[in-house]
Design a protein around this ligand. Sequence first.
Ligand code: HEC
Length: 145
Amino acid sequence: MTKVLQFINFALTLGPRLQPATFCPRQRKSSTSLAGMALVLFVFSIAGGAGSANASPEAKALLQEKACGGCHFIPGVEDAYGDAGPSLKGMKTRKRLLGGRLKNTPENMKAWLKDPASVKPGTLMPNLGITNEDADILIEYFKKI
Ligand code: HEC
């Protein structure tokens, strides 16, 4: 998101520099407005991309409903600053889970989310009644954070 903001900032500072071309001959003007148009489309395409990557309202609602944030820091989820469990920031690049004992695959993640104690007996993470569908939604979200 900061990248997008940086780019919009860059586009805004570039804007005035493109302005004088408005007073130039026809040919120049049309190519400038074309470039301007391309710029606007480009900004929208990244903003749109980042938006869809960050939005995931279903996943966020689920993470809030299950109060996962009471124990985890979860990027993009309001009031998710818990520290009883590991931060979930960087899930998309995490190769292993649970301090290295488990490979971070969708299957392993599903098993963990649905019944943590069956994967690691004695874990502090409770069974929160996560269904297969819930797990799929969460796994999709973890690919983005
Ligand atoms: C009561 C606290 C608590 C709640 C609530 C909780 N967790 Fe956890 N979670 C933990 C703990 C503690 C661990 C570390 C597991 C361990 O090593 O025993 C963990 C581990 C994880 C991991 C593995 C992270 C890693 O890199 O190893 C994921 C993913 C996870 N939790 C997701 C969730 C989700 C999603 C929810 C909500 C549905 C949730 N947790 C709710 C305490 C909690």
